[in-house]
Write a protein that binds this ligand. Sequence first.
Ligand SMILES: [Zn+2]
Length: 148
Amino acid sequence: MAAEAPGQARQIHGSCHCGNIRFVFHWPGAGDSIPVRACGCSFCVKHGGVWTSHPDGRVQLSSDDPARVQRYRFGTETADFYICKTCGVAPIVTSDIDGSTYSVVNVNCFDDVDRSELVESTTDFDGEATEDRLARRQRNWARLEMVS
Ligand SMILES: [Zn+2]
């Protein structure tokens, strides 16, 4: 579990449209703005995926009905997009690296964050070597916990 000073983390709640896939992002720092990345890959452009994470954060993921969660991989096949089979929304992406699972969440799935807190940048990691990609995720993505 990541070090987390009591009272200094905020909890951001997110979900797919029907509520089957839910996450709680334990975000360090109460008043900071949230950097978000509109991914330029072909899946995210088509799907409206806009992502954020925090290396010192922690994400708890849960699903009412895991049978209605589709995992989708493409390209380097090193990341899993979690897509709700009922409503079609993709709230989270995970990547397994060296025995740990790292994650980014879709800010369009946030339920309790004001849009004015989101600071957007566009990046495109197409063409990045797989090894560099995994190292970057390990540096920047939050640890994931599954909650039943
Ligand atoms: Zn859903």
